[in-house]
Design a protein around this ligand. Structure first.
Ligand SMILES: Nc1ncnc2c1ncn2[C@@H]1O[C@H](COP(=O)(O)OP(=O)(O)O)[C@@H](O)[C@H]1O
Ligand SMILES: O=P(O)(O)OC[C@H](O)CO
Length: 505
């Protein structure tokens, strides 16, 4: 699009296709969200450990919210400079190139059905190779073994894949295919880096890993840099033809949206789980603490790498207080309850209900409540639950700082549970560095908008974007170092008692 046309288009539309909902947000030139629409869609759990989405529902809900946000805001598609996509990562789809129809439900990132295959690959000694090339661990979380499962279980799929009739993609590729009427079969480096098939050093699909898993290369999408135009959205979808910019994995987009664009900067998203990402600069770091190395984004020939750690039960522990224990009626009640006591009274809650992720990686750990006394109340439990979110995040950030060889200067935060002031204050206390909550907490969508806007010259450079990131509240650490150390030591003693609990089962 000529620059003059871009100049008349004064909004960027960001599509945030998440695990539980599809969202669309309209941003103006100041990086301000002007309108938003959200639609939840069905989660399917056909067997224990399986999690599936309906590919058509992902598409329909995403299209519906994109249309809704334009309709409700009164902004016509002709004023949209670009559309950017941020998506739930790793979720795996397989479709027919001729008809565009999906061959099976999407296998969601949380799905554990390929745990046995991952264990077999690890037992055969392949873990080191996968880790070195991809920065990831051999775990069902990532796309590769899910794709192999589809080829092995959908009748006829393998032969058709070998004939080049099928396309694999994560959710970004699926949406790009749909929006461009099958003209673009594309992903970007940040999503490709989550497949367990992508060499993050050479930034290309890895033939050796594909061969190990018996996956035909003909299935794979083209891999684009971040922040480039990858296709055009036909006028029949949104009312006018609009450039579609390279997608981005949602956690990497959030890191970009939090303006964590220099080495040493980190963000934590407190949603159902917590996703912590630290910018490590132009080179991937090989973690000694079993964290993940991944590509953040690639622009103008420069690649930015990130270290990533995830907490399985973040805000979900508050959901458990609500739905499992009936301790509160709504998530936002937890703060007042927790604040009604000055501290947790020595109570620790280890939310290992679904095992523990990094740095423990113990699928047999189970939830534990320790330190109870006759004086313990539901308020202490609520406080311990919030503190557990912060303890888990603090341990990951500590591991990251050690891997990166530099201490953290501050932590930027977003996600549903980042609305909780008590949690953020405790997080700052535990880390000993300020915790910053920005004005725009929809940072995933903001990151997608920034990347798309840069691609079409709507924004000129990253320096311009930095001016659009504004802090809403800063939580300063207010805890003495010895007290912090004592609290963390207590947490580690509690975790030690939860480890390997279910192994005997
Ligand atoms: N005020 C609050 N305090 C603590 N946790 C909260 C609060 N409000 C929401 N949550 C938690 O935040 C999570 C929802 O955040 P969200 O970013 O929407 O998650 P996701 O994107 O994973 O669906 C839920 O697990 C909920 O329990
Ligand atoms: O959809 P979210 O926000 O829960 O994010 C999911 C992650 O991308 C999974 O890796």
């Amino acid at each position: 699009m000529p620059a003059s046309t871009a100049a008349r288009r004064d909004y960027v539309l960001a599509l945030d296709q998440g695990t539980t909902s599809s969202r669309a947000l309209l941003f103006d030139r100041g990086g301000r969200p002007c309108a938003a629409a959200r639609q939840e869609f069905a989660q399917s759990y056909p067997r224990p450990g399986w999690v599936e989405h309906d590919p058509e529902e992902i598409w329909r809900s995403q299209l519906a919210v994109a249309r809704a946000v334009l309709r409700d805001s009164g902004v016509p598609a002709s004023r949209i400079a670009a559309v950017g996509i941020a998506n739930q990562r790793e979720t795996t789809l397989l479709w027919d190139r001729a008809s565009g129809a999906a061959l099976a439900p999407a296998i969601v990132w949380q799905d554990r059905r390929t745990a046995g295959l991952c264990e077999a690959l690890a037992a055969a000694g392949h873990g080191e190779l996968f880790a070195r090339r991809t920065g990831l661990l051999l775990d069902p979380y990532f796309s590769a073994t899910k794709l192999k499962w589809l080829l092995d279980h959908v009748p006829g799929a393998r032969a058709r894949a070998e004939r080049g009739e099928l396309a694999f993609g994560t959710v970004d590729s699926w949406l790009a295919w749909k929006f461009t009427d099958g003209r673009a079969h594309v992903t970007d480096v940040s999503n490709a880096a989550r497949t367990l098939l992508f060499d993050i050093h050479r930034r290309c699909w890895d033939e050796e890993l594909l061969a190990l898993l018996d996956l035909p290369a003909a299935l794979l999408p083209q891999v684009a840099d971040s922040s480039t135009v990858v296709g055009r959205i036909g006028a029949h979808w949104l009312g006018d033809e609009i450039p579609l910019a390279a997608p981005a994995g949602d956690q990497q987009a959030a890191t970009f949206g939090q303006a964590c664009r220099r080495p040493g900067m980190a963000k934590n998203t407190y949603g159902t789980g917590c996703f912590l990402l630290l910018n490590t600069g132009a080179r991937p770091i090989e973690s000694r603490r079993r964290l993940l190395s991944t590509i953040g984004w690639r622009r103008g020939g420069d690649t930015t790498y990130l270290l990533e750690g995830s907490v399985f039960m973040g805000g979900a522990v508050v959901q458990w207080l609500r739905d499992g224990l009936g301790l509160i009626n709504a998530a936002d009640e937890v703060e007042a309850l927790a604040a009604s006591v000055p501290d947790s009274g020595g109570v620790y809650l280890v939310p290992a209900h679904a095992g523990l992720g990094a740095p423990y990686w113990d699928p047999h750990a189970r939830g534990a409540l320790l330190g109870l006394s006759r004086g313990s109340t539901r308020a202490h439990l609520a406080r311990a639950a919030l503190e557990a979110i912060a303890y888990q995040s603090a341990e990951l950030l500590q591991a990251m700082a050690e891997d990166a060889g530099q201490p953290l200067a501050e932590l930027r935060v977003d996600g549903g549970a980042a609305a909780n002031d008590l949690l953020l204050q405790f997080q700052a206390d535990l880390l000993g560095v300020p915790v910053l909550r920005p004005q725009v907490t929809e940072t995933t969508a903001l990151g997608a908008a920034f990347l798309a806007g840069l691609a079409v010259g709507f924004w000129q450079d990253e320096a311009e974007l930095d001016a659009h990131w504004r802090v809403a509240r800063r939580f300063e650490p207010a805890l003495a170092a010895d007290r912090r150390a004592a609290l963390l030591a207590g947490w580690r003693r509690a975790v030690a008692r939860s480890l390997a609990w279910a192994e005997a089962d």
